[in-house]
Design a binder for this molecule. Structure first.
Ligand code: ADP
Ligand code: ZN
Ligand code: ZN
Length: 835
């Protein structure tokens, strides 16, 4: 800075910088801090900083902007520390984070909180210290003995954590004491911050330079080493060819090679002590390296045509919907396009719903793209996620395959976002804020990069289909399965009829059992789908009608036989199942309804020797259990796979010829305007698992009413016909995509209070919102985790009203309600485009 050096009064003329900092607090604005001179060169947009907040807190945030204007309304505090050398958040991410906060009605701080993997957030631990101005000698305050003890300790050690204070005094309730000391102005409370990401370190050994650099010295060793040590040396040289290439010694060998098997750890120790080997540590990736294979797939004629059409649409449109039947090879089309985009130097994001992000898909992509692929998955440890985040920043990854939260990764040059299975409800985050839809957000993210979006599905959402039909999205179809495979035939089985004939065994129709036996006889495989885990829906006393219910939520408990537990699927509460009814003492407690666990058990009874496995949340909690199940099925060790939604997505097996679907009616009659759409998507997707190769597939749908009109679309494979009909219904009844919905959710511990709050809020808003406002109403499950819920729904005609103005109004009204002392405890939040 030569200008400064020429300045005769450098201090008075020095530039004072200010930084606008995004903090993870639910306050809808940025905070401006003053940058101390010594940090002037370190501050820039995207780096993390530590700043004081309020009178007692220290927080970490991210700098969004550096400028020279002091804030008008308040005296700016100083930035305490800058944590990064380069940006952790790309500057171009900020507009996206703010868009999300605005659109989904939360704060940018909440979005930031969801965006950063925990390892990049700093953990904090409350500590106390003496206030600098406090002087023990001159103070007028009197202290009780315990306060004296704390002050004495602080004079000696500078600061203490809460738990150290507890230990010091031998009591748990230190709050009143701290409050009193704070009141007397003696102490401050602050948060100690520490980085949570821990790189993976491996311990290695290598020869010391005296031996690696001299063949003569190495030879001499063999003359004098005892046998065990020689064994270690030989093993080392076998893996690290020091003779041929002395430089190979640099990388060494993992120490753990010598700590097991025939090697003795003490011999290794001796070798190290005698200066023959040295220990060192190496930071390594959590992801094993993988080599891309020669790319061998050639697109079929249909696929190649689809690809050309997609590229043509991209010349004019930002979004293209690829509607391709199950097994049409959409993935191969994506891969081909992704390769082109990567070759052109841009980044690619491939979004998949949680359950479809299987090892099968990842393996396939890694075989093609090798190390350039980073995988971002919620089953990964946080450290793994930080590695992907940083791998993108450092340029190591150009291609990310991930679940919905991958849209927050620090891309700076996106060329394409693929949203596979775009219809999936799990793209929407329900709790906590931001309650965003990853597909819709991806379209906004793409605009900030001028990137293209490719939506893919066999069963597009009504929304995307509508946009494609209106010409807003490009629209490309693949109507043939790859390799001439045909779509399976779908047969509806009348359960009412079968029950009358008494041919039903438990929950299996005779038709389904017959087909299962037939498939197994000829060595084919079967997938059975039931959208409910556990053994039975609930338990029920036959004498007095008692049903065990969750004490925290407004639901009955689901019976899990394996654990002999009744569980709440909303809050995780569980209890042992009583052998007799607690109300009337009867031992006749029956199980109502059935879940995957019961199907698995029954099937083993009905079809002898069948090798059955179950895939649901309960059997896949462990990190690898999901992949093991897939392997077992793939390799034929399992013949029948019974599962929840998990079996409906993305799985690609050659040998599945039969799919059975249970309890269709319960799915269809779920009280929600999307229940038909969802059910048809599920049925079509799970049916799509059958007959993906030469084997023709068969689907058996069990229903009590095969005449229902909606099922005719399934048997005729006319999903599009169904969508056309749905669109007209949605238009008539004012639902998306013609109307937008915003759900207002009120929560409180007190049922009365939350009901009153909802009524008052509805009353105040109804003059302005009129018929757009529905409710209040109690939701389907009216209490979760001991909080009572009430809903209001706002329905807005698309493009007819200013969405921004309505959202602003809703926020203000909610705020003024909770400003009333009576309703201070009520929490109100918004779910925009609820699913
Ligand atoms: P979808 O995602 O549309 O259901 P997939 O992409 O899973 O379909 O393709 C179905 C199967 O067909 C996969 O096993 C895939 O490897 C295979 N396949 C698709 N296209 C080709 C192709 N051009 N060459 C070889 N195999 C293909
Ligand atoms: Zn009873
Ligand atoms: Zn519960």
């Amino acid at each position: 800075m030569s200008q400064l050096e020429l300045n005769p009064h450098p201090h008075s003329e020095r530039l004072t910088l200010f930084a606008d900092v995004l903090l993870p607090v639910p306050i809808p604005r940025l905070f401006t801090y003053r940058v101390p001179f010594e940090l002037t060169d370190d501050v820039r947009a995207g780096v993390r900083v530590i700043v004081p907040f309020g009178s007692k807190k220290i927080l970490t945030g991210v700098i969004e902007r550096v400028h020279e204007q002091p804030p008008r309304e308040y005296e700016a505090k100083y930035v305490a520390e800058v944590l990064d050398e380069g940006p952790v958040v790309q500057p171009m991410q900020f507009p996206f984070l703010h868009w999300m906060a605005d659109y989904y009605m939360c704060t940018a701080g909440e979005v930031l909180n969801a965006a950063l993997p925990a390892g990049l957030k700093l953990s904090s631990q409350s500590r106390i210290a003496l206030k600098p101005e406090f002087d023990r000698e001159t103070t007028d305050w009197e202290f009780v003995e315990r306060e004296e003890i704390i002050l004495d300790a602080l004079i000696q050690t500078e600061s203490l954590t809460y738990s150290e204070v507890m230990d010091l005094l031998g009591i748990k309730s230190i709050h009143p004491l701290l409050k009193s000391l704070l009141g007397k102005g003696c102490i401050i409370v602050f948060e100690e911050v520490q980085d949570k990401y821990k790189p993976k370190v491996i311990k290695k050994v290598r020869l010391t330079p005296a031996y690696s650099g001299s063949v003569a010295n190495l030879e001499a060793l063999f003359e004098k080493l005892p046998e065990k040590q020689e064994g270690i040396l030989l093993r080392y040289l076998q893996s690290v060819p020091v003779y041929q290439n002395a430089a190979a010694n640099e990388g060494g060998l993992e120490k753990k090679v010598f700590t097991k098997g025939d090697f003795s750890p003490s011999s290794l120790k001796t070798l190290i002590k005698n200066g023959i080997f040295e220990e060192f540590e190496q930071i390594t990736s959590r992801f094993a390296p993988i080599q891309a294979e020669e790319y061998s797939i050639v697109l079929s004629e249909h696929q190649a045509a689809a690809k050309t059409q997609i590229m043509d649409h991209f010349a004019e449109k930002d979004v293209v919907l690829l509607q391709g039947v199950t097994g049409s090879g959409k993935t191969e089309v994506y891969i081909d396009i992704i390769r082109e985009v990567l070759d052109s130097g841009s980044q690619v994001l491939y979004l998949l719903p949680e359950i479809a992000l299987t090892a099968q898909t990842v393996d396939r992509l890694r075989r093609v793209f090798g190390d350039r692929v980073g995988v971002y998955h919620s089953r990964f440890s946080d450290n793994e996620r930080v590695e992907v985040w940083q791998g993108l920043l450092s340029g190591r990854f150009h291609f990310i395959v991930g679940v919905r939260s991958a849209i927050f990764l620090p891309f700076d040059n996106l060329g394409l976002i693929v949203v596979d299975e775009e219809h999936e409800a799990s793209y929407k985050q329900y709790d906590p804020a931001p309650r965003y839809h990853a597909r819709d957000s991806a379209m906004v993210l793409a605009r900030t990069h001028q990137a293209k979006v490719l939506l893919g599905s066999a069963t597009p959402s009504v929304e995307s289909y509508h946009m494609a039909r209106e010409g807003k999205f490009g629209w490309v179809k693949l109507t043939q399965r790859f390799g001439g495979a045909t779509l399976p035939t779908v047969q509806l089985v009348n359960m009412t009829e079968e029950r009358k004939q008494k041919t039903v065994k438990e929950d299996f129709s005779s038709v389904l059992i017959g087909h299962i036996e037939q498939a197994l006889r000829v060595g084919e495989q079967v997938i059975l789908f039931q959208n409910r885990r556990g053994y039975s829906y609930y338990l029920n006393c036959t004498q007095c009608d008692w049903v065990p219910r969750c004490p925290n939520c407004d639901v009955s408990l689901t019976y899990h036989q394996y654990l002999n537990q009744a569980q709440c699927h909303y809050c995780g509460y569980h209890e042992r199942v009583p052998s007799e009814c607690p109300d009337c003492g009867s031992t006749e407690i029956k199980r109502v309804g059935f879940g995957t666990e019961k199907l698995e058990e029954d099937l083993k009874l009905f079809v002898e020797d069948a090798r059955v496995a179950r895939m649901d949340l309960d059997t896949t909690r462990k990190k690898n259990s999901y992949n093991l199940l897939i392997d077992d099925f793939e390799e034929g060790r399992v013949q029948v796979l019974v599962g929840t939604q998990m079996v409906t997505k993305g799985l690609d097996f050659d040998n599945v010829s039969l799919v059975g679907i249970f309890d269709t009616d319960r799915m269809l009659h779920f009280p929600d305007f999307r229940s038909h759409e969802r059910t048809l998507q599920l049925l079509t997707q799970v049916s799509g698992r059958a007959g993906r190769r030469e084997l023709p597939g068969k689907v058996i749908v069990q229903t009590h009413n095969p005449e229902q009109h909606v099922l005719s679309w399934v048997t005729s494979h006319n999903y599009e016909g169904f969508l056309e009909e749905q669109i007209e219904e949605r238009r008539t009844f004012h639902y998306p995509p013609f109307y937008r919905l915003i759900r207002v959710i009120l929560r409180d511990k007190d049922k009365d209070k939350v009901e009153r709050a909802a009524i008052i809020l509805a009353k105040t808003m109804s003059p302005k919102l009129g018929r757009s406002l529905l409710g209040p109403q109690e939701p389907f499950v009216g209490r979760i985790r001991n909080l009572f819920l009430m809903h209001l729904i706002v329905k807005l005609e698309r493009n007819a009203v200013s969405l921004t103005a309505v959202k602003q109004y809703l926020r203000e009204q909610a705020q003024s309600l909770t400003d009333q002392p009576e309703f201070r405890s009520v929490s109100i939040h918004f779910d925009v485009d609820p699913q």
